[in-house]
Design a protein around this ligand. Structure first.
Ligand SMILES: [Zn+2]
Length: 343
């Protein structure tokens, strides 16, 4: 898949926010808006006191930089505001990291922040390329995502560096600012809120909502649109529950930007739910208890390729089979939603 850029079509109708010209490059308006407030909390109690309301925010340009096939076709997003750029996730390989940095440099505005959705290397390996020579750039993630990165980075390197060789970045850059889930940042006049959803595609998934004239959600690998899914972390039951909940939680969001595949509306949630449900049903049919034989992994591959002939990341099918069999052996069936487990 080739790189592509997408420009949002809405126009700015408000006068320029003069404050932004004189503000520090990154203005953190409000932090620590923990979601632990619970459903009884009023909106007012959870809304940060920021001076730039969404209706006054400038129109961002969202540059989608899709990695190579070898780099798992991961999407790095460069969100260009008035004064600078905010990156959401990055790239996996050294070459794709350099390409992402080249796109950033071509925009010609300073990098104001990097926001991470989850702790898988295809999303954070390229941060080093983005911030090279710019040690002051804040790299934000929730404390849970940061913990996953720090706990698993060396294991991921041991697992994947033999395959990627010199394309595995020598050094990785970890988050240097940890947020509570629900925290809001104001950067370059744009409001960013991070939402934590717990284990799913990774051991700690989050997504970022950008509020401008419209709302956008950068959902990481909660959705791998049109691609085979990574299920080896063993949380597909929780993942399906997240997809179900996000139908309501993202009702006011105009566009979802996934970690892999093309952007779209909430139908992307349906796509992922259907994929995971199909994968779980196939594994459930083939598994013997908590295990699945190598021969049956081949059967699984052919079944999923037949069902999704255009999907990439085919090696994911067998990669996650053992984890899925183990998870299903301890759960109540292939679809917790249909089994009444959607609570
Ligand atoms: Zn990914």
């Amino acid at each position: 898949m080739t790189s592509r850029a997408r420009q949002n079509s809405f126009t700015q109708t408000h006068p320029k926010d003069r404050r932004a010209r004189h503000a520090p490059r990154v203005f953190v308006a409000a932090l620590l808006l923990a979601e632990a407030c619970g459903p009884a909390a009023t909106d007012g109690a959870k809304t940060p006191t920021v001076s730039a309301a969404p209706a006054q925010a400038p129109a961002p340009v969202i540059h989608v930089v899709t990695g190579s096939t070898a780099g798992l076709s991961v999407n790095g997003y460069l969100v260009e505001g008035r004064a600078g750029v905010v990156a959401v996730d990055s790239a996996l390989t050294v070459s794709d990291g350099k390409a992402l940095r080249a796109r950033l440099d071509a925009i010609g505005k300073p990098l104001l922040a990097v926001l991470l959705t989850h702790g898988h290397p295809d999303h954070y390996n390229g941060v080093s390329a983005l911030v090279a020579g710019r040690s002051d750039v804040p790299v934000y993630a929730t404390a849970a995502v940061s913990r996953v990165i720090r706990e698993y980075d060396a294991k991921k390197e041991a697992q994947w560096k033999p395959m990627f060789g010199a394309e595995w970045p020598m050094t990785r850059t970890f988050p240097n600012h940890e947020l509570e889930a629900g925290a809001t940042l104001e950067i370059d006049g744009l409001k960013w809120t991070v939402r934590g959803v717990g284990p799913g595609e990774s051991h700690a998934d989050t997504y970022w909502v950008l509020e401008a004239a419209k709302r956008y959600a950068f959902v990481g690998d909660i959705v791998l649109h049109g691609e085979h899914a990574y299920v080896a972390d063993g949380h597909t039951t929780a993942w399906l529950g997240t997809l179900h909940r996000l139908h309501d939680d993202l009702a006011n969001v105009s566009t979802l930007y996934p970690g892999h595949g093309a952007a779209g509306g909430r139908e992307l949630l349906d796509w992922e739910e259907e994929y995971l449900t199909a994968y779980r049903a196939e594994v459930d049919h083939l598994r013997q208890g908590a295990t699945i034989s190598e021969a049956d992994k081949k059967v699984l591959e052919s079944k999923m390729k037949e069902r999704y002939p255009k999907a990439g990341l085919e090696f994911m099918i067998a990669l996650g089979a053992d984890a899925e069999a183990a998870e299903l052996a301890g759960s109540h069936g292939p679809n917790p939603l249909q089994a009444g487990g959607s609570k």
